[in-house]
Design a binder for this molecule. Sequence first.
Ligand code: PEP
Ligand code: MG
Length: 371
Amino acid sequence: IGEKLAEIPDGALVIIDGERGDILVRPDEVTLAGYREKIKHQEERKAYYAELAPLPAVTTDGVRVELCANIGNHMDVDAALTYGAEGVGLFRSEFVFMGKQDIPTEDDQFKAYKEAVEKCGGKICVIRTMDIGGDKPLPYLNIDPEENPFLGYRALRISLDRHDLFLPQIKAILRAGLYGKAAMMVPMVISVSEIQRVQKLVEQAKVELAHEGKEYSDDVQVGIMVETPAAAVVSPLLAPYVDFFSIGTNDLIQYTLAVDRGNAQIAHLYNPFNPAVLRLIRRTIKSAREAGIWAGMCGEMASDPYAAVLLLGMGISELSMSAPSIPRVKEMIRSVTMEQAKQLLDDVMKMEHGVDIRAYMHKTLEASDAS
Ligand code: PEP
Ligand code: MG
């Protein structure tokens, strides 16, 4: 809220509504009573959501979507499983690199990934390789300040440049793969040549591990995040090279709409239902299906129950989100049919404005929206 924060008097009672993005200063009695009611309602729903946890996310006509969790470290896995996560769709490995004085060793990383993979107990655990730069700085890498860090030296661009960083990470993931179902995912891809270079490095990592006498898994899936418009546009070219796509809408939206994801002043333009964004997502999922690989989503959009219905209609296989969002998305998926989802998708793809699309989804699905 920027400067407005200073206008809030000391000691004032404030309601922060994280769901709507509202801050209410010194609310009147009626508003307060309304929010007390809302809190009570949420508490009641918790019990209901707990009952949902072991049930699959399946439409009433039998189409199943896998619901996974986004995590920052292995400790998050237990909580994710209690919310009903069917695995980890995004382990942001940069948290293993942050808060340290130096680059974590292969063994340090192996321990962190192994714990997460083990805790997943045979369910998938997608480990994203280092996504440093942009909004995630790492002081010990000594990256020069940039005018446009989001368009700069970040993520895969650093990894492909710095084999001393990337090879130990690949090796750690391959070794962790022995303890469950690990997958490796690279961020910020824009071209086929990047994937080819990743594949060569994966092969090199395997050769080095074999030489070093370290055991590793040969079954680790290698996939990419589709989070640049370039990747979505060339998704038919990328698909033959990978085992899966995971759509990273947090970045995909900002790059497609040229709207900084952290700029509150233009937050109203940052709309997942924007027709340009929907078209890129639909194209990506179609490319995956045609190539016989799975497509998931690990950006925040996956946690929106209305978006989940449209993604279902597009043929998505997996949705990964912050664990507390899982029950609401599951509830929504379990309340619709695939036919309904496809019809809604058809309807909204004819519409011109993102805000209208969201409103239309709300109006149509209101009856099944529990929130
Ligand atoms: C994304 O860009 O959608 C994503 C999941 O990655 P991050 O938010 O870490 O950039
Ligand atoms: Mg991203």
